[in-house]
Design a protein around this ligand. Structure first.
Ligand code: TYD
Ligand code: MG
Length: 458
């Protein structure tokens, strides 16, 4: 087969060069030249016969947008129903986080429901994927598997199988032999994705592309593809924890504020429909330095345990460590406690964590963090039926955070009966008794005097 003609286009100014160079000769930008195929670009433009016809917006047929469930509960929650026919999604995440596992489970779920699915593995052998599928109990007859890396072959396989759903694992290892750029380069990833997008739209087939992201999120992949595709999913988690979080960074068929939670087990990824119960399962009520906070991740309220340990330090600059919390906020809260509550941390090491491998970097966790520090410092436990929710201001004031009622409803569901909230929180807070405070000092007094404990005993 004759090679297609390629040229190099500057991503900054659009100038064309016949050969690659480190610097664009027109605008002098460095590293901006990316290979493109010349011949295919012209054939891609729609001919006069295929032009679309404008219709009144109310008459546009939206029925084709009905999503098909993947039957992986938390994935369907994030996608708001499932995969839409003709849509293209990117599933991004660090290597080893569980992208292939999630995709295999989703395809198996759809195949069991009667959809024809094709899994193209461009990284592992078909045997490796089959072994994994066996472990996951995912061997339905409608799930087709092929190990290939050349894009024309992949398109041929799609033609031959005629799938409703196709998964490409991963877009960085598929390549177009017409281009001289290496697989995984920006040019290759974009060209391959373009052609797969076109195939999906033509065949009304849902496509999921796996894209690896490095810690810096910089590898050619999800970033390069964001504007090309309909949905960008991000799969995250701590390598040493079983918990995995799935978020939609972009979704053309719904909102992006749903959070999906999974646990990586020996039998693959299991949906975690009740994460708060999971995060609090190992809590030891009555331990100083532990306060529960209802935080929001996107749309989803989560109850997390904020833990603090304060210990005498022999270091000239005592340690301040925050795991799952924002370092800057920890420093701020320590400073506010010193200035406004007169609690010294000058010769103390401070360690804080969110138990369970989740992160809570939103200001709603401030008050719980501050009270956990106070509780650890003074060796006084906070009663186990109390949650704390509010932002700490630099003046020592406690500020309201959004959706307090939703947060407290989740707390009440898990049996928390009292909540320390800002004085400005909405008046009609359901389900829990609101203990209103205006300043951090008031909150500390509430926790340190016997007030809370006496109320509980009565
Ligand atoms: P994988 O899906 O291959 O990750 P990715 O495609 O994102 O690179 O899975 C990565 C890890 O998950 C792997 O180290 C092993 C683990 N794992 C389990 O713990 N249980 C399982 O059932 C499976 C299939 C994988
Ligand atoms: Mg993989």
């Amino acid at each position: 087969m004759a090679r297609a003609k390629t040229m190099y286009r500057c991503q900054e100014c659009g100038a064309q060069e016949p050969q690659w160079a480190g610097r664009c000769s027109a605008c002098e930008a460095w590293g901006s030249l990316v290979e493109e195929i010349v011949a295919r670009a012209t054939s891609a433009t729609a001919g006069p016969g295929s032009a679309a016809v404008p219709v009144p917006i109310a008459e546009v047929d939206a029925a084709a947008w009905v999503p098909s469930a993947t039957h992986v509960g938390e994935l369907d929650r994030v996608l708001q129903g499932g995969l839409v026919p003709g849509s293209v999604s990117v599933l991004g995440g660090e290597p080893g986080i569980g992208k292939s596992t999630l995709l295999l489970q989703a395809l198996a779920g759809m195949a069991k429901a009667g959809q024809r699915c094709l899994y193209v593995t461009a990284e592992e052998s078909a045997q490796q994927v089959k072994l994994r599928a066996e472990r996951l109990g995912a061997l339905p007859p409608h799930l087709w598997l092929v190990s290939d890396t050349a894009l024309p072959n992949v398109l041929d396989h799609i033609e031959a199988v005629g799938p409703h759903v196709v998964a490409i694992d991963s877009i960085q290892t598929v390549f177009d032999p017409d281009m001289t750029s290496a697989p995984g380069s920006v040019a290759q990833v974009r060209e391959c994705a373009h052609r797969l997008v076109r195939a999906s739209k033509e065949r009304a087939m849902s496509t999921v592309l796996v894209g690896h992201v490095t810690k810096e999120g910089s590898l050619a992949g999800p970033r390069v593809l964001e504007h090309l595709v309909d949905t960008v999913l991000s799969f995250e988690g701590e390598r040493h924890h079983a918990l995995r979080l799935l978020r939609a960074m972009k979704h053309r068929y719904g909102a992006t504020d749903e959070l999906g939670l999974f646990e990586m087990t020996d039998a693959g990824l299991e949906s975690v429909p009740d994460p708060s119960a999971l995060f609090l399962a190992d809590r030891r009520p009555g331990t100083p330095g532990s306060v529960v906070a209802p935080v929001l991740d996107g749309h989803r309220p989560l109850l997390v345990e904020v833990q603090a340990l304060v210990a005498p330090s022999s270091l000239p600059a005592p340690r301040r460590s925050a795991q799952g919390l924002d370092n800057g906020r920890l420093a701020l809260i320590v400073a506010v406690l010193q200035q406004h509550v007169d609690l010294p941390f000058v010769k103390q090491d401070v360690h804080t964590v969110i138990a369970g491998g989740v992160t809570a970097v939103e200001p709603g966790a401030d008050l719980a963090l501050a009270l956990a520090l106070v509780s650890a410092h003074k060796g006084l436990p906070v009663p186990p039926d109390v949650v704390a929710c509010g932002e700490v201001g630099l003046g020592g004031e406690i500020r309201q955070v959004h959706q307090t009622a939703r947060r407290l409803a989740e707390a009440a569901r898990l049996g928390f009966r009292r909540a320390i909230v800002p004085a400005s929180a909405p008046l009609d807070l359901p389900h829990t008794e609101a203990l209103r405070v205006r300043t951090l000092e008031e909150a500390v007094r509430l926790v340190c005097t016997d007030h809370l404990r006496e109320r509980r005993a009565s």
